[in-house]
Design a protein around this ligand. Sequence first.
Ligand code: SAM
Ligand code: SF4
Length: 474
Amino acid sequence: MELKLTKALSRNACDFINDEYLEGLLKPSQPDRHRVTDIIAKSLAKEPLQVEETAALVMSEDPETVEKIYEAARELKRTVYGNRIVLFAPLYIGNYCINDCSYCAFKRSNPDAERRTLTPEDIEFQVRALEGKGHKRLILVFGEHPRYNAEFIAKTVRQVYGIKNGRGEIRRVNINAAPLDHAGYRIVKEAGIGTYQIFQETYHHATYAKHHPNDTMKGNYLWRLDGLSRAFESGADDMGIGALFGLYDWRYEVLGLVTHSLHLQKKYNVGPHTISFPRLRPASGVTVDSRYLVKDDDFKRLIAILRLSVPYTGMILTARENPEIRRTVMEFGVSQIDAGSRIELGGYTEVGDAQVMEKEQFSLGDTRSLDEVMRELMLMGFVPSFCTACYRLGRTGEQFMEFAIPGWIQEYCTPNALSTLMEYLVDYASPETRESGLCLVASEVEKISNAPIRATLETYLERIRTSDDRDLYF
Ligand code: SAM
Ligand code: SF4
């Protein structure tokens, strides 16, 4: 039985994913090399690509062209985002779920899942533990259940912002939860959320139907596809899209993500703030069909192609991936990663080092500590950042898109990255990490060509080093 929804969709909502058209773009043929060169040049000029242009990149198999795509992705990352990598941590709030997504350990039909919703006391413990490690940005994750309605999410967000641990505080709370209706988004927006993430999982209709039973909320493809349009119309203009890679052909999902991004851009003049591209992981009670699992080489390609297709959209790589893969793909355009993550309910204080499958949604590939990841990032030449300035100064949505002009990013984001990195080094880092971090900060400050900005930054860094002053940003 199909579940009927009575709630309103967004203005002129439509199902803008045309399977036949997208499949047609993926018909075997090698795109003309000159055309691909032109497409790469367009992307390097920071123009978003059309879906047909993305398809040409996706269909390019010859090693020379693939290498050109990698090189362009590296360059675009350098010119648009610089060498910053923003860090965050996930916090699972509750795993009750009314849906039955085939791939997820939280599905209602999994009898082995230990169900739990963190109490306010539990949340306090978890957040204090995360703050004690140096985290400033969290993403709260919820199953889909009536008990996790908009009011509950908003209450949780407010609580998280209010929890302090010495100099530690959470400055940005993002959400990954079920799609809401207009009124729901207004409620969570009021609580001061950052990005609202909804992954379509797969854009391919038949595959979507196969993995999300018809008689569940999530079985309604359009309600989910339209989820971020309703968010935008309700003022929650900071949106994150994503696909779960491994359910269907990765090439198709890339076209789906780009179509979704172009749709939001055309309808609201604002594209998504972030794109996520999780790969399917083993999970308790889940049998994974290996047919569409994405190989490491293809994963690398899809990240580089997404970078070229949506030059101004942040790209999130999670700890589902192992450290080796993370190291390899980071340079192709990733702008945010999580670190020190635990995804068991209560995992930051209650379980040991080993993962507990019955308590988590899927298993993680990277369980290193935040300090270890920070140190490695810096050794690789990245500047880890905990910056939250844009969202707090209201630079989101359309404003953010305007703001994301290359020179501006360098002038604001890099100094903010350095001041938040200095906070981490002074307050939380191990001696070894602190040592490499201080050298990195000094050399990065040298590179800032705008003299007034460099001078202000130097005073900020000195205040952080020598006093209790924190949260100094541009
Ligand atoms: N319940 C909400 C939903 O489904 O949108 C939000 C939270 S869900 C816990 C977050 C995301 O985890 C899902 O959108 C899905 O893409 C991802 N996920 C679920 N099972 C997974 C698995 N076995 N491996 C990797 N990612 C998975
Ligand atoms: Fe529930 Fe989300 Fe897991 Fe689906 S992916 S079973 S909606 S928690």
